[in-house]
Design a protein. Structure first.
Lengths: 272, 204
């Protein structure tokens, strides 16, 4: 290698290493993150420094003053978690997976068509536009012959516990036998519960991520790791509940695929 | 009966014990809400961030890797921080979300001693350590951490060259680390490599 080449490489390394501070804060752009990821794969020293810096960034919350949240917050969180069952396969120290290994042997991950989602979804100026765009994309997908497993349109129906059943559209690329799902909302507890049966695993390296969508755009509200997903939120503040397929294990800050599950959240009295 | 520690609670949470999660809430809700409020400046949004964070903990408790340390508080606050920054950029600043280096997480590892040290740091210790930083480094760190600004956004806001901002962020964190190492990691009984700045790494 020439000295000039070494100089260029050194300068390039210095440039990429200068990103380590921002990387510790998690404030990289997509392009920067991509470049740094590639560099980290080749540099033990850079990985070590990033690990060091992240530890330090991780204790910066101690600089804040403690504050008392409202008394109701504890109850809202507790209601939501108690409505979400855990699988027995979860054990501390093991990586989070969407299904157990036993399930993986018998359940074939879905292969979602990218035809439905050629580009990431951008924030829409108004949520209604977003809903109709989704509806239109689903309709186009049907007309284009994309294989749809089934479409559920469940009529609103109050159950004995006062929970309201919310209609939704579920679009899967391949048939799934005995798949069922129900989305309910408890207005008293402001709690959504999505219960599914025989839901196939997300594709390898991906996970189902749930979104609530308002006038600003999609808000990430969690990933599905069980057949049941519970969420404490006020239905009146949102226009839709949607699910997309995103990178595992934590999902994405914004949707990168078209939702395969969409429920419009019209006011409760509008469902009657 | 001995008091349960954070590891007990996170392990129980991973096995579906909602009471354990709520114990973590009772222990850290003030710190979590304080952090979210500092970032968001709005109690309603801050509670949304805290609620989302605890639900993430409920859904992801099994991903807490005890072999990499015992700092449950730090892990929880990182989740609160990330969620708060996401909300701030989306609802307040109307800026695109940052891109996490998720794939790198499993490749990065630090000695247990560091997680233990960070788990036991006090607010006073952190404040005194940060006070040793030059003002420009401190401000760069605060803008990045509490306002979620990228180095480009900080450079623009501060009307300072981008390279300078990158340097301040990196150097500031490194200096903080040095100060904390000097203060909390004695050469006796703990990893001497830590004092010399050589963290072990595990390549995934």
């Amino acid at each position: 290698m020439t000295s000039e080449g070494s100089s260029v490489n050194d300068r390039s390394e210095m440039d990429i290493e200068s990103l380590l501070g921002a990387a510790a804060f998690g404030t990289l752009t997509a392009e920067e993150a991509s470049g740094l990821m590639a560099y980290l794969a080749t540099s033990d020293a850079a990985r070590a420094e990033l690990a060091q810096l992240r530890v330090i960034a991780g204790v910066l919350p101690l600089l804040t003053d403690e504050r008392e949240p409202s008394p109701g917050l504890r109850g809202r969180i507790e209601q939501a978690v108690r409505a979400t069952p855990h699988t027995e396969q979860r054990e501390a120290g093991l990586p989070l997976t969407t299904t157990s290994s036993a399930e993986s042997e018998t359940v074939r991950p879905l292969e979602f068509s990218t035809q439905l989602a050629p580009t990431p979804i951008e924030k829409a100026p108004g949520w209604r536009n977003y809903v109709w765009a989704l509806a239109a994309s689903l309709l186009i997908a049907v007309l284009a012959g994309v294989m749809l497993d089934r479409i559920f349109l469940q009529a609103a129906d109050d159950d004995l516990e006062g929970r309201e059943t919310i209609a939704f559209e579920l679009t899967l690329p391949t048939p799934v036998d005995d798949l069922s799902a129900e989305l309910t909302y408890d207005p008293d507890r402001q709690l959504f519960v999505l219960e599914t049966e025989n839901m196939p695993a997300a594709p390898d390296g991906q996970i189902y991520q749930v979104w609530l969508i308002d006038g600003v755009g999609p808000r990430p509200v969690g990933v599905m790791v069980d057949s049941t997903f519970a969420l404490a939120a006020n239905r009146d503040e949102y226009a839709a509940f949607a699910i997309t397929v995103e990178p595992a294990p934590n999902g994405s800050p914004a949707p990168t695929t078209t939702p395969f599950f969409v429920a419009e959240l019209a006011p409760a009295d509008a469902d009657a | 009966m001995p008091e349960q520690n954070d590891i007990d609670f996170i392990q129980a949470t991973a096995q579906g014990d909602a009471d354990a999660l709520m114990s973590l809430y009772d222990r850290y809700n003030r710190l979590a809400f304080g952090l979210a409020y500092r970032i968001l400046g709005n109690p309603s949004l801050a509670e949304e961030a805290v609620q989302d964070a605890y639900l993430q903990v409920w859904n992801r408790a099994a991903s807490f890797d005890i072999s990499r340390g015992s700092n449950v508080r730090g892990w929880l606050m990182t989740i609160v921080h990330n969620r708060s920054i996401d909300i701030r950029r989306r609802d307040i600043d109307h800026k695109p979300a940052h891109v996490p280096l998720e794939d790198a997480e499993h490749r990065l590892s630090v000695p247990d001693v560091w997680n233990d040290v960070s788990a036991n740091l006090t607010q006073e210790a952190m404040r005194s350590a940060v006070a040793t930083l030059p003002q420009d480094q401190r401000r760069a760190i605060e803008l990045a951490f509490f306002e979620g600004l990228s180095h480009g956004e900080i450079a623009e806001q501060e009307q300072t060259p981008l390279g300078t901002i990158k340097g301040r962020m990196r150097l500031g964190l490194r200096k903080l680390r040095t100060v904390l190492v000097d203060q909390y990691v004695s050469p006796d009984g703990l990893d001497h490599d830590v004092d010399r700045g050589h963290f072990r790494t595990e390549v995934g």
